[in-house]
Design a protein around this ligand. Structure first.
Ligand SMILES: C[S@@+](CC[C@H](N)C(=O)[O-])C[C@H]1O[C@@H](n2cnc3c(N)ncnc32)[C@H](O)[C@@H]1O
Length: 241
């Protein structure tokens, strides 16, 4: 069966020409070049550092979360996937240190954050090219809830993606899912239980994990009076199923 694509939009407001320069000059240096079908992407020499582990963020939005995590964990390699082009530009500006500069300086900065790599598209396109156990942590934060029952198959936390993420996480890996839509949290937990591939590790899902970096959506939701729900999912050993 052909997989459906389900992005609301790939590009929002017009991207300023100064920011286009980041897309043209910086993105090509940070974007994986996939090998031919059937081969694996070599992660080893992909980062500006030799990372002690690699973390994935699915749907990084404006990139604030992954950029801050990368600053706090300089020995970790980060891969972020986001098909929304304005979000990609925003992350590039964060990494380049040019986000808040009045001068809109988009010359490539020498001391830019160099432990983040970007897949500017659907993360699922990467899955077949990645080796088992590639990631120590995977973040799926405030995914599109697709509240209508007829759109349920579009929700990112589903059986097919849980199988991929289980394979791609290391044995001691963790999947972090956060949402401020209680029905989505229930759905995600049902999917997890059905898969028998993960188990919820945290008792109190109203409290963010240690060292949590809030995302843009999360902050907006809190301001609007919504309460985030945090799920820390521990990988189960498949052989014990
Ligand atoms: C509601 S936004 C949340 C953004 C960000 N995580 C935050 O909390 O601020 C969900 C994002 O997931 C992205 N997304 C949805 N499906 C995706 C996929 N298959 N691969 C990568 N990103 C995806 C969307 O483009 C969107 O930017």
């Amino acid at each position: 069966m052909k997989e459906i694509r389900f992005f609301r939009r790939r590009k929002g407001k017009a991207i300023k020409s100064s920011k286009m320069k980041l897309l043209e000059d910086l993105l090509p240096r940070l974007k994986p070049v996939l090998p031919e079908a059937g081969s694996f992407f070599e992660m080893e020499n992909f980062f500006g550092i030799h990372p002690r582990e690699v973390w994935l963020e699915v749907g990084f939005g404006g990139g604030e979360h992954i950029a801050e995590l990368a600053l706090r964990n300089k020995d970790v390699g980060f891969l972020g996937a986001e098909p929304f082009l304005n979000g990609v530009v925003s992350l590039l500006a964060h990494l380049n240190g040019s986000h808040h500069e009045r001068t809109r300086n988009t010359e490539l900065s020498e001391d830019r954050v160099d432990n983040v790599r970007i897949w500017p598209d659907d993360v699922r396109d990467l899955f077949p090219f990645l080796k088992d156990g590639t990631f120590r942590r995977v973040f799926v934060l405030f995914p599109d809830p697709w509240p209508k029952a007829r759109h349920a198959e579009r929700r990112f936390i589903n059986q097919a993606n849980l199988v991929h993420l289980h394979r791609l996480l290391s044995d001691d890996g963790r999947l972090y899912v956060a949402t401020d839509v209680p029905e989505y949290a229930d759905w995600a937990l049902e999917q997890v239980e059905m898969s028998q591939l993960f188990e919820k590790e945290n008792e109190n899902t109203a409290v963010p994990p240690d060292d949590w970096v809030p995302t843009r959506y999360e902050q907006k939701g809190i301001k609007a009076g919504r309460s985030p729900i945090y799920l820390i999912l521990k990988k189960k050993d498949k052989s014990l199923k």
